[in-house]
Write a new protein. Sequence first.
Length: 278
Amino acid sequence: MKIVIVDDDCLVTEALKTILQINGDVEVAATGIDGEDACRLYRQYCPDVLLMDIRMKGMNGLEASEHILQEYPEAKILLLTTFLDDEYIVKALRLGAKGYLLKQDYASILPALQAVNLGQTVFGKEIVSKIPDLIRKEEKFDYSSYGINEREQEIIRLIADGYSNREIAAELFLSEGTIRNYLSAILDKLQLRDRTQVAVFYYQHRRIIIKKIYNYVEKGAREEAYTGKKACDEADRREKWEDERRYQALGKRKEKRQMYLIERHVRRRFLMNQYYVN
């Protein structure tokens, strides 16, 4: 598997190169320091997988991914970063990147590269923990197109949860009259008749949002399990290899010890025979 590594931190690049080349299946064809290098090196080497940082000076990893994927739609790009940023995650997924991992998760990098090379998509477990934030951000964006502010959005959520006007007022420390005014404004902006339609609108909207991120979230969860299994299998293989090496070394020491005892025994018998003969 031929890969190209692009990261503006030379120490990280060299560390990754050393770690990955321990495995005989990985060839690091080239390294770069920014997005422009990524575009140039991809055209030059056409790697099986491009392993790239996101935050870099000049052209960043996302911009480079966009350029590369426009020119090479089948390109396999695995983004590796120290930053868990919602905006970056969403944009990377929408661009068509094949994975998003944190640099701290070194054990998963090699299995992730192998999975991406096989055409799978890999996301770290941190992606799953960010799903609620992704959903909320999508909600804010969508509601703004209707002129719904944050307070009105909160009231919509409480209505959908079955709260009465009195309960909403108590929850938000407002008067019932204020809640009624908010509700009238919400109905007018959404062009709905009553609070029941508000609740239906809310849950329909949530289903749309969840459906928009369902594919890459579910796939990310599956690939995370796959990546974790591959990492465990690799760790087990290395542990068995270490055990076998220690066992062989121990066997050689035992064999050497036995040969020494045999030689000593033979030498003693020879000396004894020599003594009795004399």
